[in-house]
Design a protein around this ligand. Structure first.
Ligand code: ADP
Ligand code: UDP
Length: 236
């Protein structure tokens, strides 16, 4: 397969066309941003870690019956994925209070929920990814009611698989963001990435943060945290 022109450069990845109209190549960068791009930096080695970890998670999820965009890893940072039209919703699942949830409702971090929660944000950088409910998404024709139900079901299934998996690595899956897309034949699949950029991951014993919060909150040791997660995922 041939890598062709760059179609898009985002905050964390570049997307390239290929000679197959149904496939694109994603190229993961070390660039890190937070607070809607206001804070910028580099996390050395992040691109390679997020690529390998995302592919590991996508393959695990496929085995458990969740369709994903994953096709084939090409190199340390590059992966072939099915080209999708992204549903412009960030789908956030939470198991434990943290981040914007704790802030919005004025509660401490670390409250373990009896049931996971789901919320949507409109994926729109100019508007700062505002929170949105399903009715708003349907009104704006971002997705149909049926698609939203399907996306919610898939997101909860992803949570069950990932929660169990991280538990075996002595890691708590606090919350995470998913993106879904539609393939050329209209099927909804899990897309984008699953990494310490998009998941809150805490060591189960020490509650140490092993994710992007180390960057967001200037906690230091961010490269080490990403490497630690990678080591646990790869069992090395
Ligand atoms: P952002 O656009 O938020 O800065 P990234 O830097 O991660 O994010 O850029 C990757 C872009 O590619 C995102 O907009 C994401 O929605 C999109 N994307 C992810 N998976 C696919 C796919 N399989 N096909 C097409 N676009 C995708
Ligand atoms: N998240 C993400 N991209 C975003 C916003 C959130 O990957 O644009 C992830 C984030 O890493 C966390 C979860 O979604 O795992 C919930 O984030 P939250 O709403 O708490 O926002 P934050 O306070 O992290 O900005």
């Amino acid at each position: 397969m041939q890598k062709k022109e760059q179609m898009y450069e985002g905050k964390a990845k570049k997307v390239f066309a290929t000679d197959d109209p149904n496939l694109v190549i994603v190229d993961y960068k070390d660039d890190a941003t937070a607070f809607n791009g206001e804070k910028k930096g580099t996390i050395v080695g992040k691109g390679a870690i997020n690529n390998v970890m995302s592919n590991h998670m996508f393959q695990l999820l496929e085995q458990q019956g969740v369709p994903t965009h994953f096709v084939e890893q090409l190199s340390e940072r590059e992966t072939v994925v099915k080209k999708v039209s992204i549903v412009p919703l960030e789908v956030i699942i939470r198991n434990i209070s943290a981040g914007s949830f704790a802030k919005r409702y004025g509660v401490e971090e670390g409250i373990v929920f009896d049931e996971p929660t789901v919320e949507f944000s409109y994926k729109n950088d100019d508007l700062g990814d505002p929170l949105m409910n399903a009715y708003h998404a349907i009104a704006l024709k971002l997705a149909t009611r049926e698609e939203i139900e399907q996306i919610k079901g898939m997101a909860f299934k992803v949570n069950e698989v990932m929660k169990q998996y991280f538990d075996t690595l002595n890691v708590l899956l606090v919350d995470f963001k998913l993106e879904f897309g539609k393939t050329a034949d209209g099927k909804i699949v899990l897309a984008d990435e699953i990494s310490p950029d998009t998941c809150r991951l805490w060591d189960k014993t020490t509650k140490e943060k092993l994710d992007k919060d180390r960057f967001r909150r200037d906690l230091g040791g961010v490269e080490e945290a990403y490497q630690e997660i990678m080591k646990r995922v790869l069992g090395k």
